[in-house]
Write a new protein. Structure first.
Lengths: 257, 87
């Protein structure tokens, strides 16, 4: 790598990581008083107030890292989703969850595996926000909590691949989100995230300046899917929609020239 | 259907339903670790086996002993034999 290019990459990454770590440290400390004040002023449920501040954190992060990562979204209905939905997103990078701050609505509960709870600075906030612990809770417990959240107007967000793609291609899906959709009747909204793979794929630690786009595809109603394996048919339809959109996305979907 | 044909059909159905590579379908492959299935996938696997081989197995306690793909092969072959014996 030429010296100039190396210096540029080093400076970019110093800027990006310094901002991300500083902002996260500040946000984790400031969260609690702001969260309590929000709860008192709005009378929102505790978890909803927490989810609002998580969304604010993500939005502010997107603004801070704008020189390195240009974010855009498309396809979302101008007046929001018609009803509480299950959002499913492809997964390419550690920072994918950060880009969910770019959603045009805040009341979103994430489905989270066990390992994110090991980040002690996020753990109490995730618990307060009522996230779905899909790896440690039983499906029945998750379903009951999902019903409660959907009933109160929240959306649920899943990364159905379960982990980041290792080769940049869409991986196989796990069925939990789709089983919930069939059992609760909530529509599934496929979301396609492009650009985060080139930005920071698994196995690399330096970020590359990138354009990231979050695209909402038309919602899929689970009611036409019937039978014991209805959720798998629904899952196949959603995966097909995301895969087709990814195939139509220009390959270097990302880099800032 | 011979045992070999049963094994081939089990592998084909699992690979198709769970989007697994054919080369991953080794008898020693563990369902959770090597094939990456989760507990909900196992529930679906039982439904797939029932519909493919016309079995009624979802309440069978022996299912809890299954760890590997080879265990699935042996289980299906045994169940088919029991079904044939009672027919």
């Amino acid at each position: 790598m030429p010296v100039f290019e190396f210096a540029l990459v080093a400076a970019t990454n110093f800027f990006f990581y310094t901002l991300t770590v500083s902002w996260t440290a500040l946000a984790v400390v400031a969260f609690w008083p702001l969260f309590l004040a929000t709860r008192l002023l709005t009378r929102w449920p505790w978890d909803k107030a927490a989810r609002w501040w998580v969304w604010i954190y993500g939005r502010a992060w997107l603004a801070l890292v704008y020189p390195v990562v240009r974010f855009r979204r498309s396809g979302f209905p101008p007046h929001g989703l018609e009803r509480p939905s299950i959002l499913v997103v492809n997964h390419q990078s550690f920072f994918d969850t950060f880009f969910m701050g770019g959603l045009p609505f805040f009341d979103v509960s994430f489905a989270v595996r066990a390992w994110p709870y090991k980040m002690f600075w996020f753990r109490p906030i995730m618990r307060m926000a009522g996230y779905l612990a899909v790896e440690t809770d039983s499906f029945e417990a998750t379903r009951d909590r999902a019903r409660d959240l959907l009933g109160r107007g929240a959306h649920l967000l899943f990364f159905p691949e379960g982990h980041r793609s290792r080769d940049g291609r869409l991986g196989r899906f796990y069925g939990g989100a789709f089983r919930l959709a069939v059992e609760t009747g909530a529509p599934v909204v496929p979301l396609v995230l492009t650009g985060t793979g080139p930005m920071l794929p698994p196995g690399r630690f330096w970020v590359r300046p990138t354009r990231v786009r979050l695209t909402a595809l038309p919602a899929i109603d689970p009611s036409p899917y019937t039978g014991e394996l209805a959720h798998r048919d629904l899952m196949a339809a959603v995966r097909e929609a995301i895969a087709r959109h990814l195939e139509g996305t220009p390959a270097p979907c990302g880099e800032i020239s | 259907m011979t045992d070999t044909e049963v094994i081939t059909l089990v592998n084909d159905r699992i690979a198709e339903e769970f989007e697994l590579a054919p080369e991953a379908m080794r008898p020693e492959a563990t369902l959770f670790v090597d094939l990456g299935l989760d507990s909900l996938d196992i529930v679906d696997l039982v439904v797939v086996l029932e519909s493919t081989f016309h079995l009624k197995i979802r309440d069978d306690k022996a299912l809890r002993e299954i760890r590997t793909l080879g265990d699935v092969h042996a289980y299906v072959i045994r169940k088919r034999s029991e079904l044939a014996a009672t027919a």
